[in-house]
Ligand binder design. Structure first.
Ligand code: SAM
Length: 293
């Protein structure tokens, strides 16, 4: 949690406010809060970057947006200004009073709903109901990958994601076959949709500044999985393949498929996991499925 140094005093703002570095410092000071490193609290303090994120997310009037980790509301205000309805999930109870104050009337008129909860534990299906939504978030770095993958795999109503993440994490989510950044998250993302890095973000736009660079990743969910294979089978072979990524597939997949079965799936048994495209993983997943019948 953000450290509470003293009781907050009341200083209501009149309405949605663009959060600059000066305003963020002032709000933190007035509420007696220090940002928590454990919760990845690096607040956006550059309204131009907020506008860029909203634009890249393609958010417009009437869109339903899920924001994970609204913090003090830098991005929430940008989303509301663009005309979105926002469901904001924030784990830190100490941030709820300043967030409520900053987002102000948008909560009163139902445009913004704030839930004080851990996004990793939330009953998303219950909160989302049956309306599609876009995820737009400056994600806490320590939970970014599990959160994005979990929501991609379990919440089909979340149709697109525009997330700010640590550069290394974003590059792995969007990695094409052939490089060292290709990994389990890359293949899982590709199974559900199309992922790309759409922008780079310098540390200077945050308060406090993180030690690492960030990127903006956009993921557009496809209407059906992008390869004809059960997700559980794809997940099994991909996890086995990348679990021992330096080994040839004939070794890393030995518990799932023998060399002849790998070759029959039109995959080179001496190849390594990072070289395979999604179609090849799909063929291996189908072979694994057949082998169990
Ligand atoms: N969106 C704000 C911004 O751009 O200024 C804050 C972004 S900050 C990088 C990440 C936010 O996620 C923090 O407010 C933090 O408290 C919150 N957070 C961290 N872990 C979380 C979790 N598991 N569920 C929900 N929120 C979380």
């Amino acid at each position: 949690m953000a450290t509470l140094r003293r009781s907050p005093s009341a200083w209501p703002l009149s309405g949605p406010t663009r959060l600059t570095r000066t305003i963020i410092k002032e709000v933190l000071e007035r509420h007696g809060l220090d940002p928590s490193r454990a919760l990845g609290q690096n607040f956006l303090c550059d309204p131009a970057m907020v506008d860029k994120i909203v634009r890249l997310a393609g958010v417009g009037p009437g869109d339903r947006v899920v924001e994970i980790g609204p913090g003090l509301g830098s991005l929430t205000v940008g989303l509301v200004t663009a005309g979105a309805n926002v469901l904001a999930v924030e784990i830190d109870k100490y941030l709820i009073p300043p967030l409520t104050e900053i987002v102000g009337p948008a909560i009163d008129d139902g445009t913004v709903r704030i839930i004080n909860a851990d996004a990793l534990e939330l009953d998303w299906a219950a909160e989302l109901g049956d309306t599609p939504a876009k995820v737009v978030a400056n994600l806490p770095y320590n939970v970014a990958t599990p959160l994005v993958l979990d929501l991609l795999c379990t919440q089909p109503l979340l149709t697109s994601f525009l997330v700010m993440v640590q550069a290394e994490v974003g590059e792995r989510l969007a990695a094409a076959p052939g490089g060292r950044t290709r990994g389990i998250p890359s293949v899982i993302c590709e199974y559900w949709g199309v992922a790309s890095v759409v922008g780079r973000v310098p540390p200077q736009v945050f308060l406090p500044q993180p030690r690492v660079d960030s990127v903006l990743v956009r993921i557009d969910r496809s209407s059906t999985p992008r390869v004809d294979a059960e997700f559980s089978d794809v997940s099994t072979v991909v996890r086995a393949g990348f679990g021992q990524r330096r080994k040839m597939l004939r070794r890393s997949l030995a518990a799932q498929l023998d060399e002849d079965q790998i070759a029959a799936a039109d995959v080179d048994p001496t190849a390594r996991a990072e070289t395979l495209d999604l179609q090849a993983w799909g063929r291996l997943a189908r072979a694994y499925s057949s082998s169990r019948c």
